[in-house]
Ligand binder design. Structure first.
Ligand code: CIR
Length: 254
C-alpha cells in the first residue's frame, strides 16, 4: 500500500499534563515543538503530504492523534479511547476525517479502543487487548473491518501501554519488537527483528513507502533495520517519550 497523506496535531502547552506511567519528567514545550517539526519533515521525506491540525489545549495528549482513529483504505473508524481524559479528543478529529473519507465508522461504548493498539499488515489488523482497548471494542473493530472485506484478530498486551509499543511492522515481511513479545505464535509467519533490552524504545517504528522512521538513539536496532534494505530515518522524540508517546502515535497515515 502506498501512503500519500499524514495527519498530525501540533503539541499544545498543556502537553506537560499528559498521562504518564513511566516517568516523572515533564516534557519541555519548546523542545517538543521542535521535535514535532522534525517528525513532520521525516514524514515528508517518506513522500507524504502532512496535514497539521491546530493544538488542542483542552486535551494534553491530543498530539498523539493515532489513538483517536483507525484509517483503512475503505473507511475511517473513530475510536473510543480507554483513557477518560482522552475521550473528548474524538470530537476534535471527526470533522477532519469526514472531509477525507466517504465512510466514517465508530467504536461505541462499552467498547474502548485506541489506535496505538491496532497494527495493520496488508488487509489484516492485529488488535491489542490492553489497558486501553477492551474485547468489546476489538470485536466491534473486527466487525467493521469484515464489513469492508478486511480482517482482524486480537493479541493480549500486558507489558506495554499499547500493542505497537511492543511491536511494529517494518515491511519486507518483518516485524521489529521486544524479544519475548515478538516470538509468540501469532507472529510466526514473519521475520522478526528483536530489539535488545537496552533498546526497547526502538520497537515503535513507522514503515512508509519502503522507508522506515525510527526513534533516535538505538544504534543496534538501526543497523538491523538498515539490513532489511529500507532507507532509515531517525527522529528524536524524547519529549514525547516522557509521557509514554512513541513515533507511530504522533500521526495518522493513509
Ligand atoms: C497516553 O497515555 O495516552 C499518552 N500519554 C501517550 C499515548 C501514546 N500513544 C501511542 O503509543 N499510540
Amino acid at each position: 500500500m502506498t501512503f500519500t497523506t499524514a495527519i498530525v496535531r501540533s503539541p499544545g502547552r498543556s502537553i506537560v499534563s499528559g498521562l504518564s506511567e513511566s516517568s516523572s519528567k515533564l516534557p519541555i514545550y519548546g523542545k517538543a515543538l521542535e521535535q514535532h517539526e522534525h517528525y513532520v519533515n521525516a514524514l515528508k521525506q517518506c513522500g507524504l503530504d502532512v496535514m497539521i491540525l491546530d493544538a488542542s489545549e483542552a486535551y494534553p495528549d491530543s498530539v498523539f492523534v493515532e489513538d483517536v482513529a483507525v484509517l483503512t483504505p475503505a473507511c475511517a473508524i473513530v475510536t473510543a479511547p480507554g483513557a477518560e481524559s482522552r475521550e473528548g479528543e474524538i470530537r476534535e478529529i471527526r470533522p477532519t476525517l469526514a472531509g477525507l473519507f466517504p465512510h466514517i465508522e465508530k467504536i461505541m461504548s462499552p467498547g474502548t479502543l485506541e489506535g496505538g493498539d491496532v497494527m495493520q499488515i496488508g488487509t489484516h489488523y492485529y488488535i491489542g487487548l490492553s489497558g486501553r482497548t477492551n474485547l468489546a471494542g476489538a470485536r466491534q473493530l473486527v466487525g467493521i473491518l469484515e464489513k469492508y472485506g478486511m480482517t482482524g484478530s486480537t493479541i493480549p498486551v500486558h507489558k506495554f501501554l499499547h500493542l505497537k509499543t511492543g511491536v511494529t511492522w517494518v515491511g519486507n515481511n518483518a516485524l521489529v519488537g521486544e524479544r519475548n513479545f515478538i516470538m509468540q505464535s501469532s507472529f510466526q509467519q514473519f521475520n522478526v527483528i528483536s530489539v535488545e533490552d537496552d533498546e526497547r524504545g526502538a520497537a515503535n517504528c513507522i514503515y512508509l513507502n519502503d522507508k522506515i522512521i525510527m526513534p533516535a538513539g538505538y544504534p543496534k536496532t538501526k543497523k538491523l533495520l538498515r539490513d532489511t534494505g529500507s532507507e532509515v530515518f531517525e527522529v528524536d522524540i524524547s519529549e514525547f517519550a516522557k509521557i509514554d508517546g512513541g513515533l507511530t502515535c504522533l500521526s495518522l497515515r493513509f
